[in-house]
Design a protein around this ligand. Structure first.
Ligand SMILES: Nc1ncnc2c1ncn2[C@@H]1O[C@H](COP(=O)(O)OP(=O)(O)OP(=O)(O)O)[C@@H](O)[C@H]1O
Ligand SMILES: Nc1ncnc2c1ncn2[C@@H]1O[C@H](COP(=O)(O)OP(=O)(O)OP(=O)(O)O)[C@@H](O)[C@H]1O
Ligand SMILES: [Mg+2]
Ligand SMILES: [Mg+2]
Lengths: 228, 228
């Protein structure tokens, strides 16, 4: 469902060029649960942005569900994202001065769902991450870990085919992290949700089936995880 | 050096009131290294904001270096912060469209240091967190963990008496986290830097001497850590 071939992403040119991705090959099949780890600055978020059709590689091929992404217009890529991908950004990217509920509803607005249906689905998504009591709070009135969970709820509310989660538990205590990871694993095992998750915590990576280790823009290792 | 007595912080009133802090007592002596842990939403960042003179409690007393903080004007509190406290925010709070170097120089501008001296100190601070090669990049061109490290460098560049760090390794791989924690421990042991650090990772909390566990706005436990 995701096929990256010799993907590179270079910022700048000449001496100061940064090879954020330096020729990566990656194949993800439907229903897989993959963890990506690696040092700070090794290209994990850049890889996620390419996979999520948010960034265009400098070279190489990317086929998403069989479609050559390079051949799509910006609008077509936006449609692809909105219908198939739920994205948890490393920095959450919530709308300020907008309630948690409205933030979570956003993907459903894009899909043209009616107001009553949207609110119901958004409240359920917030309940799944333990935040129904904070539905009316905007991000400025939420703790760091609560903002993170709103971002997770938003990524899942539209029942996407693929979830891309960049450090989804980076600001969560261990107990809440485990609850979130158990939920994600359930969505993967029972719902067939394909998950690619960046994490720096080995205990969270174990919920995935396969571990990709990145170093300096390349994939250094690609192997099964020990599991839970 | 930090004395909180029966500190409460309530948001809102009546039924929807949120007791973010619900009567906490805490004494921190000069040179201590304290870790704060607890569930998401338990009041850790709120406690840090009160300690850092960024937020005023609803009730209780706060004495910072013997001074009643409630009796200070806003300008006096800002002076206190700029001279004595280095703060790493949970969301970093870097200036956008401003280079890493200029972000780190900011505390020194407040202290009236000359340009050449500021740049030298800022470059050294960036080198200590492994980012001298990224000095010219603004936050939009830095990875999540690089932004986090710029925030850490900025907190330390002015050689503060007290460092307040809210999840300083939340987006860092284990190896980089350990390097940062070793550096902080050195500053504490050799430099006498007082450190209060929120973390959700037990392995990082072990670098501290004492662990405070918060639940629902209260301090549930206050005990020594097992150490490294
Ligand atoms: N401005 C506000 N208005 C109302 N409630 C607020 C406001 N700011 C924070 N809160 C609430 O206060 C509680 C404590 O927040 P705080 O940010 O201190 O938690 P925390 O322990 O740092 O959590 P995390 O580990 O997720 O960062 C949370 O439940 C949050 O929803
Ligand atoms: N717009 C840009 N211009 C120049 N360099 C950039 C830009 N964006 C990112 N980089 C660089 O590309 C490299 C990879 O960044 P990326 O965000 O993918 O790392 P990462 O593995 O996600 O790191 P972290 O674990 O810290 O989040 C970094 O060294 C970063 O400085
Ligand atoms: Mg990243
Ligand atoms: Mg917090």
């Amino acid at each position: 469902v995701i096929v990256l071939e010799r993907i590179s992403r270079v910022y700048g040119t000449g001496e100061i060029a940064v090879r954020a991705l330096d020729g990566i090959d990656l194949t993800v099949r439907a229903g897989e649960f993959i963890a990506i780890m690696g040092p700070s600055g090794s290209g994990k978020s850049t890889a996620m942005n390419v996979i999520g059709c948010l960034d265009t590689p400098s070279s190489g091929n990317y086929r998403f569900m069989g479609v050559e992404v390079a051949g799509l217009t910006r609008d077509q890529r936006a449609l692809l994202r909105r219908h198939y991908i739920g994205f948890v950004f490393q920095g959450y990217n919530l709308l300020p001065r907008t309630s948690a509920l409205q933030n979570v509803e956003l993907p459903l607005i894009y899909r043209g769902r009616g107001r009553a249906e949207r609110q119901k689905a958004a409240l359920e998504a917030l309940a799944r991450v333990g935040l129904e009591s904070r539905a009316a709070h905007d991000p400025g009135r939420l703790s760091g870990g609560q903002q993170q969970r709103v971002a997770i709820a938003r990524a899942l509310v539209g029942a996407p085919k693929i979830m891309l989660a960049d450090e989804p538990t980076g600001n969560l205590d261990t107990r809440t992290s485990v609850e979130i990871m158990e939920m994600l694993r359930g969505l993967n095992r029972e719902g067939g949700l394909t998950i690619v998750m960046v994490t720096h915590e080995p205990d969270m990576a174990r919920y995935a089936d396969r571990l990709i280790w990145m170093v300096d823009g390349r994939i250094a290792r690609d192997e099964p995880t020990p599991g839970i």
